[in-house]
Design a protein. Structure first.
Length: 416
């Protein structure tokens, strides 16, 4: 008897759990097209109220590496405002590794490197806040950071309190020297420490995708790296896009897959390659974290980073990560990436990963649309409608390594 009632209790619990999960998922307005797997959408989200759309900002690492200092951070904050990038949403200014001195002080606190940050982080945070921006900092879920500064493992509460007392808004938390301790454990300790400060702090996990964080990190952080560090090359960028694509079903408001920061403007790729990088990152609902020297951008770099129409795809309130829906041609290098947007619209990127120009065709049904759907097609790089009435498919000539990006809006919904 006892055994039997135990089992029914387990069964009831399972049924209730499944029911609750189903209600949680269907409560969001999701696209009906079944080519996009949104079954895991938003169900794991960390409840700190942040990351309703992917985070946007700037980080010191990709361009400055360890050669960062308070002057660079101040001038970057100034430049984000004067260029207008801040107004477009790039608000988090994050100091990556090397802000800290090599040792903790006698009280066991981290101390800013006295040469690079002589005024301290609190003063810098005040400056960044005075510009209407937010400030991010970096630490590590291990004994040391990757550049051998003190890590936060076993110091989570002290370090989180210190960050909160400085007015920090964002923590990037790395994975070096981790003693082989389970990342779920290490990254959860800092989540709880941040929460206990009472200050709302964006929590960006940098676990390099080693233990498939998309499967567990949604309850721990607001974003989680799905891959190793990006390099400023075409091979690295395309490879990372493909890896990040596999985890699309797990992204949603509250928690995003992070294929690493942008290399746009750092010189290792062509204009067309950087445009592809930015288009695909936006479509994948990746965090848009600029990694170049914004004090000294070329007009081309600025044109890419400041494309409002592409940014609004990234920040669309539906928050569904677009995916690679079709690849054909030599080695599958003619690619169609697409995803649903709010108001029944669809974003599509025609990405030519071949080394020669080609005409790429996107069929409506590969993007989850009825082939009879009559849609307008807006080119997000030319900033114009290329068609007000298209059905079945759409083609465009795409240069080698380039991308063309469009929003398809069904005739009826555009007016709505
Ligand atoms: C701490 O966590 C609780 C429960 O998840 C949440 O409701 C609260 O908003 C969090 N507080 C902060 C400051 O993140
Ligand atoms: C600005 O960028 C250009 C390359 O685009 C570089 O040659 C130049 O040295 C940079 N200037 C400064 C002050 O960093
Ligand atoms: C598609 O919609 C446009 C705009 O509403 C309309 O002008 C056009 O006639 C429609 N085309 C078809 C084939 O229904």
């Amino acid at each position: 008897m006892a055994k039997k009632s135990n089992w029914s209790c387990v069964r009831l619990t399972v049924i209730l759990y499944v029911y609750a999960a189903t209600v949680a998922v269907t409560a969001r307005v999701l696209p009906s097209a079944d080519i996009y797997d949104t079954s895991k959408y938003g169900i794991l989200e960390l409840e700190n109220g942040l990351a309703q759309t992917p985070q946007m900002g700037w980080n010191s690492w990709n361009f400055f590496r360890c050669k960062t200092d308070e002057k660079v951070i101040r001038e970057t904050a100034d430049a984000l405002v004067t260029t207008g990038l801040a107004k477009l949403g790039y608000v988090y200014v994050t100091i990556d590794d090397c802000w800290s001195g090599l040792e903790r002080n006698s009280e066991g606190d981290m101390v800013p490197d006295s040469k690079a940050f002589p005024s301290g982080i609190k003063a810098l945070a005040d400056y960044v806040h005075s510009k209407g921006l937010k400030i991010g900092i970096y630490s590590d879920a291990g004994l040391y950071t990757c550049q051998l500064r003190p890590g936060s493992l076993k110091h989570e509460n002290d370090d989180a309190s210190l960050f909160a007392s400085w007015g920090i808004d964002y923590l990037k938390y790395d994975n070096c020297f981790n003693l082989g301790i389970d990342p779920k454990e290490r990254f959860s300790l800092m989540r709880d420490a941040l929460n206990a400060t009472g200050r709302t702090i964006f929590y960006s996990l940098c676990e390099w995708g080693l233990d498939d964080p998309a499967l567990w990190a949604g309850k721990i952080g607001n974003s989680w790296r799905t891959t190793d560090d990006i390099k400023d090359t075409w091979e690295s960028m395309t490879g990372i896009a493909d890896i990040n694509d596999k985890w699309a079903a797990y992204a949603g408001p509250g928690g995003w897959n992070d294929p690493d920061m942008l290399e746009v403007g750092n010189g290792g790729m062509t204009y067309q390659e950087y445009r592809s990088h930015f288009s695909i990152w936006a479509l994948m609902k990746a965090p848009l974290i600029i990694g170049c020297d914004v004090r000294n951008m070329t007009a081309e770099t600025y044109e890419i980073l400041a494309n409002e129409e592409v940014i609004s795809v990234n920040q669309d309130p539906l928050g569904v990560q677009g995916t690679k829906v079709h690849a054909y041609g030599p080695d599958g290098c003619y690619q169609i990436w697409a995803g649903p947007l709010s108001r029944k619209r669809t974003v599509t990127v025609l990405w030519n990963r071949c080394s020669k120009a080609a005409t790429i065709t996107a069929e409506w049904d590969t993007m989850g649309l009825e082939s009879s759907t009559n849609a307008s097609v807006r080119d997000l790089w030319k900033h114009e409608y290329v068609s007000l009435s298209s059905t079945k498919s759409f083609s465009a000539k795409v240069e080698a390594h380039a991308s063309e990006m469009y929003v398809l809006a069904p005739a009826a919904s555009e007016a709505a």
